[in-house]
Structures are given as C-alpha cells and as structure tokens.
Design a protein around this ligand. Structure first.
Ligand SMILES: *Cc1c(COP(=O)(O)O)cnc(C)c1O
Length: 404
C-alpha cells in the first residue's frame, strides 16, 4: 500500500480556513479516555471532543455498530426509510416526552429545525405576526445564520448582518425580563437547561418553570436546547428530567452519536404535523450509518448503571477539584451537573482559561474553556477513576504554572 501523505500541525495554517486555532499537536489514536499524538505522547481526555465522545474513544459497542452497518448499507436518501433510523426513533420516543423525531447531522441543524417548526406553528395559529422568538443573553445554539442569531453572543453574529429578525434576547435566569418579552406574538422560547459554551451556567428550576407557564399562557413553544446536556451528560438521560419541566421541542446532538455526526429534533404529536411533506428536509439526516451508531450508543448510556455512574463521577471530580483549589486558590466557583463541569477563575486570573488548557496540553491533558474565564470538563461518561486521578495530577501541574 502507498504511504499516506505526511502532514504536520503547520499544514493547518497552510491549507485550512482559519476559523480554529487547534493545539500544537495532532491526535492520531484514542482508546477509552486516553489519546496519543503523532509523537506517541499520551493525553488524558477531559474534553471528550466537546461533550461528544460519551463512550470515550474506540469503544467496542460503537465500533461494532459502525463496522457492522458499514458492510450493509451506508446511505439511501430520504426517498426511502431505513431500519436503523426507525429503531433510533423508537428509542428516543419511548424514553422521552416526545412522539416524533426529525433527524439531522448537527446541533445547529437540530435547532434550525426547531426554530423553523416554531415559526410554522405560529403561522398556522392564525394569530397575526406570531413569529417572535425569545432567546437569552450568552446562549449558544449553533453557527447557521438563524441559530447564531438566536444565540446570545453578538460577537458570533454581528459580522453577518443582515440577520433574521424577530429574535429578542433577555437576561438568562431573569424571569421578570422573560415575562416582559413574551406575549401573543411569541412563537417560541429557546433555552439551554445549562448554558454550556456560555460558561456552564445552570438554569434555575424556578426560571424554567416560569418559562413553561409563560409559554402555556401565550401559546408559545418551549424549546430546550439539549445539544450539550443531552444523552446522559448530567446523569439523567436528558436534563429536562432533572427539572420537572417538559419542553415542546428538544434538540439533541453532540453525545448522541458518540463521535459520529448526528442530531435530532424531538417534538410531540401536537406540533409535528405542522411540518408536512416538503416543508423541511435534509440529505444525510437519519442516514443508516449514523443511526446505527447512535442507536448502540443510546442503548448503552440509557441504563441506571451508566447514568448513576455519571453522578458518582461528578462527585469524584468535584472532590478532587476542591482539593486542588484548596492548594492553589484559582477558582471562585466549581459548577455544573454530572460530567459537564465548569471551574470559574478568580478575578485575579481573569482571561487565563485558554492558557490553562494550553499548559494542560503540555502536561498531557485535554481540557476545554467555556468563555475566557471558565475551564470546562466534559469527559467520557464512563471515564475510569484512575484516568480521573491521572488527569487531575496533570491539571495540578498546569495550575502550578498559573499560580507562579
Ligand atoms: C454545540 C452546541 C450547539 C451546536 O452544535 P453543532 O453540532 O456544533 O452544530 C448548539 N447548542 C448547544 C447548547 C451546543 O452546546
């Protein structure tokens, strides 16, 4: 066989559109919660591909599902349905509030579908001008023009004006502000149960309950963006299950495929028929390969053992992080649920989150940021305790550099 083309990190700058600034090493192989780079240096993975690799790397359940399906049928297009997608739809509807599912390939597409469905429901209501969307400051919903406009970080949208209009942003966790913004012309409220990219900020349960009541009062759809919080990340299958608040639409992606791109919009029999044949679509969404992997990953995660294990690991992480923090005094607060954990830097270290992840990389640890002041961990849901211990030891060396 011919040798593959030899590539280095500097080739990224040569050939890639520069929207990312990847680390200065290239991972080439992974197993469980460890990966190795081109120099065969080993890293503990506390990043999990940004809350995606729920079973870590190369988990046999996912590998078997993928390779088995790979020899059968990859793609047929949505002129035909397929067995893996129907099985996955059955799993998602049987285990959540939802009755119907629309499949796509990413979180942004799931939210795009959710917002379009809400606009369509608003139109079909016959109430004039029922197209308003209420969203929250600091939110993140993806990078399509509609979803980046719904997101509450103008730095991601302002360069692409004119933006879709009718989207109103108010302060997160401020029910009075939401009350002032939601009215008869509102077709949807979109919210993350925990703002992920925005800094790992949990929504107050009273806030979510209040949004539910306001949506009911004004006939608006409540959309939970669970792209980051879904599929076991918080220790429940979906985070809405922790709050006692049921949305009308839920979006899920990231961990759903365990690393294979897939997304979904879940909704009820009441709203699904507003999308009729031809009103929305996708080429790849629900393709057999993605669906087979997602089905296997979902089945593996949706067990009491795995979900309880996430809660246990949360406490294990927190205990270890608190011990580190007692020594180095760098974090003001450690927050989040399950294995979505944010460490908020003290004011004196403001803006240093990126430096910490760079130093962590040097020490052999993959970690994330969530804004300039929060270090975020979203590891595999089944990361072994010994890998947590080793990762924390490496984090300790990175924090020592900061404290210097
Ligand atoms: C990552 C994320 C998205 C976007 O998902 P993509 O797959 O990158 O399009 C949307 N919403 C939330 C809450 C996310 O964390």
């Amino acid at each position: 066989m011919e040798q593959p083309i030899s590539v280095t990190r500097s080739n990224f700058n040569d050939w890639m559109v520069p929207v990312f600034a990847p680390a200065n090493f290239i991972p080439v192989r992974g197993e469980g919660s460890r990966i190795w780079d081109q120099e065969n240096k080993e890293y503990i993975d506390f990043a999990g591909g940004i809350a995606v690799n729920a079973l870590g790397h190369a988990h046999p359940v996912a590998v078997n599902a993928l390779t088995e399906q790979a020899t059968k049928l990859w793609h047929v297009g949505n002129g035909y349905t397929n067995e893996p997608v129907l099985r996955l739809a059955k799993q998602l509807t049987e285990n959540t509030f939802a009755d119907k599912v629309f499949f796509c390939n990413s979180g942004a597409e799931a939210n795009e579908a959710a917002l379009k469905l809400a606009r369509k429901v608003g139109l079909d209501s016959g109430v004039a001008g029922k197209s308003g969307i209420v969203a929250f400051n600091n939110a993140f919903h993806g990078r399509t023009l509609f979803t980046v406009s719904a997101g509450g970080q103008p730095k991601y949208s302002q360069d692409f004006a004119p933006l879709p209009n009718g989207i109103n942003h108010v302060a997160f966790n401020d029910l009075e502000a939401a009350k002032a913004a939601i009215n008869e012309q509102t077709c949807a409220v979109i919210v993350e149960p925990i703002q992920g990219e925005g800094g790992v900020i949990p929504a107050d349960i009273e806030f979510l309950k209040g949004l539910r009541a306001l949506c009911d009062e004004f006939g608006a759809l409540l959309i939970f963006d669970e792209v980051q919080t879904g599929v076991g990340r918080t220790g429940s299958l979906y985070a809405y299950m922790n709050s006692g608040v049921t949305p009308d639409i839920l979006t899920t992606a990231k961990a759903l495929g365990g690393g294979f791109p897939v997304g979904a919009m879940l909704t009820t029999d009441k709203f699904a028929p507003h999308f009729s044949v031809g009103t929305h679509g996708t080429t790849y969404g629900g393709n057999p390969l993605a669906s087979a992997v997602a089905g296997a990953v979902f089945e593996f995660i949706n067990t009491p053992e795995v979900l309880e294990g996430v809660k246990h690991r949360h406490q294990y992480f927190l205990d270890a992080l608190n011990i580190l923090n007692a020594e180095y005094q760098v974090f003001d607060e450690i927050r989040g649920q399950g294995l979505l954990i944010g460490c908020v830097l003290k004011a004196e270290y403001a803006g240093k989150a990126k430096d910490i992840t760079t130093w962590a990389g040097e020490e052999g640890l993959l970690a994330l940021i969530a804004g300039p002041n929060v270090v975020r961990f979203t590891p595999s849901l089944i990361i072994p305790e010994q890998d947590i211990d080793e990762g924390i030891a490496r984090l300790k060396r990175a924090l020592a550099k900061l404290a210097k």
